[in-house]
Ligand binder design. Structure first.
Ligand SMILES: NC(=O)c1ccc[n+]([C@@H]2O[C@H](COP(=O)([O-])OP(=O)(O)OC[C@H]3O[C@@H](n4cnc5c(N)ncnc54)[C@H](O)[C@@H]3O)[C@@H](O)[C@H]2O)c1
Length: 386
């Protein structure tokens, strides 16, 4: 794939429009398609406004020049000349499968088909196609023009020869690609689960309140946002659904179990910032509650969540989901963690991390706290991850 390759994008929502912008700014002709003309119109206007702002700030030479690379379509026929199609529609397997099957009828024989799904199996999407070997996952993060990470996910049917080209293209687009095995949540949405789940568990157990847990993770842990602030920001409709999908896809492994606290927020329509209320209340005039700045309690909270995060990263490494480098890159570039979790484990001490998990396991007798076999192996002689 070169700059001359035309890119087709299916779905002009938050992700589709963002990816379209990235591709056009990298010099490609882009066909942006949506089956909803209102959504397409909205994307057209917001892309024009964004490009104008970028020109005003001196980030691009000419908004018009980039704008001219776009065409907007409400019919898939316009994809005939594209070399790569990226799908970013609603997160429903049956709908995605139907779209992939239809698209295959209009694209050229060597056109590559990619899905931006956050949590569905690329292999099962590929299975809907006559040529499943041309299908892969290209998972961008929100907002796509800002976030550097792209997870490239080969399905089990994907022709291995396509992956280096995809990696090269993402580099040309100024992105940082990593390769992830086609397993639930890929890298980021799998490894990050305890950041939310363990924080909620600590809350439900009454160990600390919401602002205190957020304070522990930002002030002691150095994370940019505390888990509750972040969940409210992402929206519980998105965050809860990813947790539930990952849990189901892992055959109900208790490590990924969703919480009733978050499910109730979703049921109440308290989706977070966007609805004015979530774990916090964002109504005007409301004062945010203060944390209890107890260093001993804060450290206990931070170490418990960190141990769970490290365990996920180590287990993902053990099970071949990604390399050490890609795991570290994914967590620092995809969710802005202050450092890679394997490096963090090295610095903290593999033995200390294992001790923390084992003490949780002994306290609760729950499979949720089982340490990865690799962590246990590394702890013998305190070997570092490299
Ligand atoms: N929002 C995120 O933070 C995020 C991050 C990474 C990946 N994703 C994934 O990206 C995909 C899109 O997410 P989004 O947040 O942009 O959704 P969105 O709801 O903002 O946009 C989806 C768009 O797809 C269109 N659409 C729906 N069905 C269609 C069809 N059959 N044919 C053509 N267009 C159709 C809709 O009209 C809408 O404009 C999902 O798979 C999601 O899991 C989302």
């Amino acid at each position: 794939m070169t700059q001359n390759t035309s890119i087709g994008i299916i779905g002009s929502g938050a992700m589709g429009a963002g990816i379209a912008q990235v591709a056009a700014m990298a010099g490609h002709k882009v066909v942006l398609y949506d089956n909803n003309t209102t959504a397409l119109d909205k994307a057209k206007k917001s892309l024009a406004a964004t490009l104008q702002k970028l020109q005003d700030k001196g980030k691009i030479a000419s908004a018009d020049e980039v704008q001219q690379r776009f065409s907007f379509a409400d019919k898939t026929g316009s994809f005939a000349d594209c070399g790569l199609i990226i799908e970013a529609i609603i997160e429903k397997l049956e709908v995605k499968k139907a779209v992939f099957s239809d698209i295959e009828k209009v694209v050229s024989a060597d056109c590559i088909l990619a899905s931006n799904t956050s949590s569905l199996s690329i292999t099962s999407i590929a299975a809907a196609c006559n040529k499943p070997e041309r299908v892969m996952g290209l998972h961008f993060f929100n907002p796509a023009p800002v976030m550097a990470l792209v997870e490239i996910i080969p399905a089990i049917q994907t022709a291995p020869g396509l992956i280096p080209g995809a990696k090269e293209l993402m580099l040309q687009w100024g992105k940082t690609p990593v390769i992830a095995k086609d397993t639930p949540g890929f890298i980021v949405n799998r490894v990050a689960r305890p950041f939310y789940g363990e924080a909620i568990r600590i809350l439900e157990e009454g160990i600390a309140d919401i602002p205190t847990i957020d304070w522990a993770m930002t002030e002691i842990g150095g994370f940019r946002m505390g888990p509750f602030t972040l969940m409210d920001y992402i929206g519980h409709d998105v965050n809860y659904v990813v947790t539930e999908t990952v849990f189901q896809s892992f055959f109900y492994d208790p490590r990924y179990k969703p919480s009733f606290s978050q499910k109730r927020l979703l049921e109440a329509g308290w989706l977070g910032r966007k609805s004015g209320k979530g774990f916090y209340n964002y109504a005007e005039g409301t004062t945010m509650p203060d944390p209890t700045k107890d260093l001993v309690l804060g450290t206990r909270i931070f170490e418990r969540i960190l141990a769970m995060l490290i365990n996920e990263a180590v287990d993902a490494l053990y099970l071949g989901v990604a390399s050490v480098n890609d795991l570290e890159t994914a967590m620092t570039k995809g969710v802005n963690y202050p450092k890679g979790l394997l490096q963090w484990c090295n610095e903290w001490g593999v033995d200390k991390c294992l001790e923390k998990l084992d003490s949780l396991y002994h306290e609760y007798h729950e499979d949720r706290y089982r340490a990865s076999t690799l962590l246990r192996k590394q702890a013998v002689g305190n070997k570092k991850f490299v």
